[in-house]
Write a protein that binds this ligand. Structure first.
Ligand code: ADQ
Length: 493
């Protein structure tokens, strides 16, 4: 088996990564189950003179950043330009700050440090928006290996993407990859639209994209979880205030894409129109801080604290605080217990690549007495989790109604929905995600080996299914035609 060289912005100790969330858990899984090296930023910021070399600890290779690199590459271009634009938030993107040169510079430096570790039969798997230019920089150094890129966040509509002054440069960077993987079919469709309309790529008869002088494969590989981590969850009632109280759980990084103010408003609206549920229900929102030195993040924190305070002030009683807001990370084991003892998960991002919390919540439920997942139509997870209660998070009145529906749902319906959701989550798990991406990346190492991205017909079918679910169609039979499908079954290779 050839080695996989994983490259991501943050690299973690393999034991600690398993305790972290999202991308770290996924990459630690790949690193543990395959011959591999994992390369990226250590998380340290050191003076430029000390930031220049690679630290190797077993199969993990890390590099510190200098203060200028941290400012321009990480806080600047990655998190103040690419993150907002990819999440459709042109209003908070800081285009004028001039961080692009630093972004390219860090990718060039990382490529030069990584290149000596790459053997001819390795495959290289680059993760996320921080590292789009990595392949082009490796190619410049003569690396001919298969290189794949996976985007964990959504790809925006093409008219939004072309607002980035350097978009054509980024497109050239993408063309240096052999495979670009995205979370959903909607993202695949957006990226293909951009490549065709924004930079005049051509879709070839075999479904790849001819872009500049290269042939690129674009496909969706929805990321999953290791569901066995969650199915043994115990109940944790410690956070519920008082006997008989039912809990709605929210777990999101404190980010403006996660729709937290809208979630608080919807819960306030629910209490307003359903006085019978006051003193019966509590919303526990766990929202650890991230990227606090980016301005837009300080704003969201202030906004949320004001809103939470005003809802608690308005409806709270001496023995009941409606919103229980925790501005810290919870240990992973504790998190699964909290999921299991919550009647509802309110997962309502305004835009999200996938949203693993939705999957973790479902996997943590007792199948005999499961809770209900309320899921935003703008989370990537909605393409798979069509048996959740799907809401438009901007519509706080409808979301408030759906909270009531979830609280009153019959046991039979809760079980049926949980079974259908679990079937998808168990099938499209972390191992399936990793296997399918690496299989696609290893396949066809020459231009003449045809590989196709999602067929337009399957995109259309997925969109039909999604709009049916959003209109509130009843839960479908456990995914008739999907039952046999592998995570990438929507594309033929
Ligand atoms: P994130 O934006 O970080 O990830 P998400 O998919 O929800 O979002 O993953 C968060 C992870 O962190 C989960 O595993 C969760 O358990 C953990 N987590 C969140 N809040 C926590 C808390 N308060 N305490 C402890 N743990 C917490 C990015 C993209 C997503 C995409 C993932 C993976 O933005 O859309 O799903 O990568 O590809």
């Amino acid at each position: 088996m050839s080695r996989v060289i994983l490259v991501s912005n943050r690299v973690m100790d393999l034991r600690r990564a398993a305790q972290a969330g999202g991308v770290a858990v996924a990459l630690a899984h790949v690193a543990r189950t395959r011959p591999s090296l994992w390369f990226g930023w250590s998380g340290e910021v050191k003076p430029a003179a000390e930031a220049g070399s690679v630290n190797q600890a077993g199969r993990v290779l890390t590099v510190p950043l200098s203060p200028e690199e941290h400012e321009g590459y990480y806080l600047g271009y990655a998190n103040s330009v690419l993150w907002p634009v990819f999440h459709n938030r042109l209003d908070v993107a800081q285009f004028e700050a001039g961080h692009f040169e630093r972004y390219i510079g860090v990718n060039r430096r990382l490529a030069a440090l990584l290149q000596p570790f790459i053997r001819p039969d390795d495959v290289v798997w680059v993760h996320d928006y921080h590292l789009i230019p990595l392949a082009v920089e490796l190619r410049r150094l003569g690396v001919l290996n298969r290189i794949g890129f996976y985007l964990h966040i959504p790809f925006p509509p093409w008219q939004t993407f072309v607002a980035i002054p350097e978009h054509a440069h980024l497109a050239r960077c993408l063309a240096a990859y052999d495979l670009v993987g995205l979370q959903t079919m909607a993202d695949v469709s957006n990226l293909i639209d951009y490549l065709v309309n924004g930079v005049f790529g051509n879709v070839t008869p075999d479904g790849r994209v001819r872009l500049f002088d290269r042939l690129l494969t674009v496909a969706s590989f929805p990321i999953g979880i290791d569901s066995t981590d969650f199915t043994r969850a115990a109940r944790d009632v410690a956070l519920v205030q008082g006997r008989g109280m039912r809990r709605i759980i929210g777990v999101d990084r404190l980010d403006y894409t996660k729709g937290l103010p809208q979630k608080f408003k919807a819960f306030g609206q629910f209490l307003e129109t359903n006085p019978q549920y006051r003193r019966q229900v509590v919303l526990t929102q766990i929202a650890p801080p991230t990227r606090e030195n980016v301005g837009a993040y300080a704003d969201i924190r202030r906004q949320l604290e004001t809103l939470g305070g005003s809802i608690n002030g308005r409806f709270g009683e001496l023995d009941w605080v409606p919103i229980h807001y925790i501005h810290r990370a919870a240990p992973r084991r504790r998190l699964t217990a909290i999921y299991r003892s919550s009647s509802i998960a309110l997962v309502t991002p305004l835009r999200d690549g996938m949203n693993l919390v939705a999957k973790e919540y479902v996997a943590s439920q007792d199948p005999e007495d499961p809770g209900v997942l309320i899921l935003s139509r703008f989370a990537g997870a909605v393409e798979e989790l069509v048996d959740a209660l799907i809401v438009n998070p901007y519509d706080i009145y409808a979301t408030a109604e759906v909270i009531r529906t979830a609280l009153e749902m019959s046991l039979d319906e809760r079980r049926a929905r949980n079974r259908a959701l679990m079937a998808v989550i168990a099938r499209n798990d972390l191992a399936a995600w990793c296997d399918s991406f690496l299989r696609a990346l290893s396949r066809g190492s020459g231009e003449n080996d045809p590989t196709t991205w999602t067929q337009p017909e399957s995109i259309r079918r997925a969109m039909d299914r999604l709009s049916q679910a959003v209109r509130g169609a009843p839960p479908q039979k456990p995914h008739g035609h999907e039952a046999k499908a592998a995570p990438t079954s929507t594309h033929s290779y």
